[in-house]
Design a protein. Structure first.
Length: 362
């Protein structure tokens, strides 16, 4: 210890230096990285202890030697900011993501694209928004999204946009933008140009901030493996049939494709008024692990269509390596329309039907 102390005293450090300011986002990253160690996860206990120790050491160093703080790596990653979200399926993303690290500022609003990853099923982009004013609860960057390899194949259909948003403070936000490739080409490499031209609050579409935030980056697809199934992997009850048609696994995600048939009139037990049916899914394994999901509902089911087959998709994380069976539980909800804007309301409490048992080949 004395030897170490002597080495510190010999360091040529200018002591009249003020600590550098750390943003709330960086503070939140460190805080959540520490708290994550208290949550149940698939990492080993020793690894969790090591990470927690390194976080604590880094915080101590930032107080003792404030000039070093800016040079220390931020513990954790932007994906971990969303760990409490019901759509959090991003445990593995940081390991395989491409660092972008580009900031564009326009009209007092800075947008920083930090990371992106493409697994052949989805393109996921992590970014932050920082402003001099409150942008609302759920602001996202909007604008033309051009992928050279897609040409016009995804121009009007075949894709779906999902967002996961975390408000860090009144003026700072973190966003995950998931561009879901539902039906169309999935090339080995994508060259993306994002012509961001406005910040839109998803909770209030009239709350829009215009500007110019354009980004360009390229991503390589991760390796993937797809299994196709016959119609034996299914849940079938009176007036409803759900079939798992295929499963695609990548190093960061698992995507399940389903076909759904529902006789809405018989399910709703009404012949006159408009009714709709949406089927959600609970996913767990034989070890008791429950998995969060991002669900693409497809067109759903309604009395506007008769004998309609809907194609939906579930994206979740990588399954536990020791799991041998997946249990998928369909949850059926019956809805009515309550206004001219298409707002829906449940007619009765959602109910489950027969579970689907999917063997996991190891």
């Amino acid at each position: 210890m004395k030897k170490l102390y002597k080495q510190f005293t010999k360091l040529n450090i200018e002591m009249d230096i003020q600590p550098m300011e750390v943003s709330d986002l960086e503070k939140e990253r460190v805080k959540r990285a520490v708290m994550k160690g208290k949550k149940k996860n698939h990492f080993s206990r020793n690894m969790s202890v090591a990470v927690a120790f390194f976080v604590a050491s880094s915080i101590t160093l930032s107080f003792t030697f404030p000039t070093f703080a800016a040079k220390l790596p931020v513990i954790g990653n932007i994906f971990e900011l969303f760990i409490d979200d019901e759509k959090y399926v991003f445990e593995k993303y940081d390991t395989y993501s491409t660092e972008i690290g580009v900031t564009k500022e326009s009209n007092g609003i800075s947008v920083t694209v930090t990371d992106a990853v493409y697994d052949g099923e989805n393109i996921t982009v992590a970014y932050t928004i920082k402003s001099e004013q409150d942008l609302g609860e759920r602001p996202v960057l909007m604008g033309e999204w051009v992928v050279d390899e897609f040409k016009n194949m995804y121009k009007d259909s075949g894709y779906f946009n999902s967002y996961v948003i975390e408000k860090i403070n009144d003026n700072e936000y973190a966003v995950l933008y998931i561009y879901e490739l539902i039906d169309g080409p999935k090339p080995d490499e994508v060259h993306i140009t994002w012509h961001g031209n406005n910040i839109l609050n998803l909770n209030n579409v009239n709350n829009t901030f215009h500007g110019d935030w354009s980004f360009q980056f390229s991503l390589n697809a991760l390796e993937s493996e797809t299994q196709k199934f016959d119609d034996s992997i299914k849940s079938e009850e009176k007036d409803i049939k759900v079939v798992v048609t295929k499963m695609t696994e990548t190093p960061i995600s698992t995507t399940l494709y389903l076909s759904e048939y529902a006789d809405v009139r018989k399910i709703a037990k009404e012949d006159e008024e408009w009714r709709g049916v949406l089927i959600e899914y609970l996913v767990s394994d034989n070890l008791g692990n429950e998995y969060k999901t991002i669900h693409y509902n497809g067109t759903g089911h309604s009395t506007d269509f008769k004998n309609h087959v809907n194609y939906s998709r579930i994206t979740t994380t990588v399954f536990h390596e020791e799991a041998t069976t997946l249990t998928i539980t369909p949850v059926v909800g019956v809805y009515k329309m309550i206004d001219n804007n298409g707002s829906l309301e449940l007619v009765k409490e959602p109910y489950t039907i027969e579970t689907i048992q999917l063997p996991l080949n190891k």
